[in-house]
Design a protein around this ligand. Structure first.
Ligand SMILES: Nc1ncnc2c1ncn2[C@@H]1O[C@H](COP(=O)(O)OP(=O)(O)OP(=O)(O)O)[C@@H](O)[C@H]1O
Length: 476
């Protein structure tokens, strides 16, 4: 069936198959099949019309020489063979089917990209700009002819702008913004000025003219001497103005004060003030006027509420606080709040000693006797001891070193505000012999005297001794 189809398609080829089987033939052709070079394709293309160009067709549309073969013996390997060397034959049944060409609407979208091998000279409108691209064309596998752009001659001047020639010429002179002519033809620019500024200028010009006229008249009538006198009068007038302005604190005075004040100086001399004194007074005045700056209170009040000095703001805050305090007092019915009043010092209730305690105190403080008092816990021994210390310190206020509060232990000493007996004596742990301890105590007493501290006369201290949880020693 396949051989019959091939015979119908190309009788010459079918004839060539005589004497061999189809499979043997295509085995041999597959071995000898070589890729067709592109030059061969290019040379073969122009001879065919575009409608019958086999390159524009798909493999299934090529011509009757296209077919698929599969080797049933070797397995599933499929080989496609297209013979492009032979012109298409319209005699075959498959070729007849493809004589009618169908076009899609999108088939001609790429017509602009078709590279024609004709040397078409570009027209004047299509002439490319002489800007050379930095991109160099990549060398392709096929060396096709490229359309070279028509380059102008090197001597031809290149137009660098499309502006008219008048725009390229330099202006005849530099025109400033004020002198620049307006766009309106024939009208020069007129600078807008304020009417009152113009009026002031006119007045100044008129005054200048008057002054010059008067100077000429004076010079002609009074001569040089008259002119000098007039100038002096004018200076004195200026100085007088400056003094008045300084007194008022005006800005005009501040500007004029550098000139000095000759007429004030003359006035002082006229009053009988010596020249040197007048100079010093004027110098002092000048310094004062230079250093003088208006205080905020001297400055006129600003009509604007936000234009206030820091002092004015503080005064306002102070007034507000006072008003708030007054208001709070009124609300609370005149009672002062706790935060504003000082807390009263809490006083400890006075201790009232019992008869027994009083007798012990009397023996120690008045009769200067050594007393041993003891008792069970909570019977008031510490209370009595603190009261006794207090009475003795009040009694010997001018001789504080005469009262010493000691205890055998540190805890007991803390309870009555004293020190340990060993610390008071300065004997350390007290493990040495008595003579050595006495010597130590005397040395310690000397040191304390030199240092100005209260001396400890442990060795020479006599009665009364108060023995209990603590002891109080009194110097005789
Ligand atoms: N004359 C007094 N007046 C008021 N209170 C007193 C008086 N005597 C003692 N007390 C009170 O009795 C309590 C015990 O007193 P205190 O601590 O002096 O006793 P104490 O004998 O020293 O006790 P302890 O032996 O345990 O140290 C304290 O709270 C103290 O206030």
């Amino acid at each position: 069936m396949l051989a019959k189809a091939l015979q119908d398609h190309n009788p010459a080829m079918a004839g060539g198959l005589k004497g061999t089987t189809i499979q043997q033939h295509y085995k041999a052709s597959a071995n000898t099949l070589e890729p067709v070079p592109p030059t061969a394709l290019d040379t073969s293309l122009p001879s065919w019309p575009a409608s019958t160009n086999p390159l524009k067709r798909t493999a299934s549309q090529a011509n009757g020489k296209e077919s698929l073969f599969s080797s049933q013996e070797s397995g599933a390997k499929k080989k496609t063979m297209i013979d492009l060397t032979q012109p298409p034959s319209g005699a075959g049944r498959v070729g007849k089917l493809h004589d009618t060409v169908f076009f899609d609407e999108n088939d001609f979208d790429d017509d602009a990209d078709i590279d024609l091998d004709e040397d078409v000279l570009p027209t004047a409108e299509q002439q490319p700009l002489p800007i050379q691209s930095s991109r160099t064309p990549l060398p392709g596998p096929s060396q096709r002819k490229r359309v070279t752009p028509h380059k102008p001659a090197s001597s031809t001047p290149l137009p660098w702008s499309s502006s008219p020639l008048s725009h390229h010429q330099m202006p005849p002179f530099k025109v400033t913004a004020r002198e620049a002519p307006t766009t309106n033809a024939g009208n020069t620019s007129k600078r807008r000025t304020l009417p009152w500024v113009e009026e002031e200028k006119r007045k100044a010009a008129r005054a200048k003219e008057k002054v010059s006229e008067s100077v000429i008249e004076d010079f002609s009538t009074q001569g040089k001497e008259g002119m000098t006198k007039k100038v002096e009068r004018k200076r004195a007038q200026d100085a007088g103005d400056s003094c008045d302005d300084l007194a008022r604190g005006n800005q005009a005075g501040k500007r004029k004060r550098s000139r000095g004040c000759d007429h004030c100086h003359d006035a002082l001399i006229g009053q009988g003030v010596p020249d040197l004194v007048a100079d010093k007074i004027m110098e002092a005045k000048r310094r004062k006027s230079e250093d003088y700056t208006l205080l905020p209170k001297d400055k006129p009040n600003s009509p604007y509420p936000w234009n206030k000095t820091a002092i004015a703001v503080k005064e306002e805050q102070k007034k507000l606080r006072q008003g708030h305090r007054k208001l709070s007092k009124d609300v609370e019915g005149g009672e002062v709040t706790k935060s504003t009043t000082k807390k009263k010092k809490e006083t400890v209730a006075r201790v009232f000693l019992s008869e027994e305690q009083k007798s012990v105190l009397n023996l120690v403080a008045d009769q200067k006797k050594s007393v041993f008092f003891t008792g069970s816990a909570g019977t008031g021994k510490s209370v009595l001891l603190r009261e006794t210390i207090k009475v003795l310190r009040d009694k010997y206020k001018r001789e504080p070193d005469r009262v010493a509060v000691t205890a055998s232990t540190g805890l007991a000493a803390c309870n009555v505000g004293g020190v340990t007996l060993h610390s008071y004596a300065g004997i350390g742990l007290g493990k040495e012999a008595v003579p050595e301890l006495v010597k130590k105590n005397q040395e310690e007493s000397k040191k304390q005297r030199i240092d100005g501290r209260a001396p400890k006369f442990w060795s020479s201290t006599r009665s009364p001794w108060l023995m209990g949880t603590c002891s109080i020693s009194l110097k005789p």
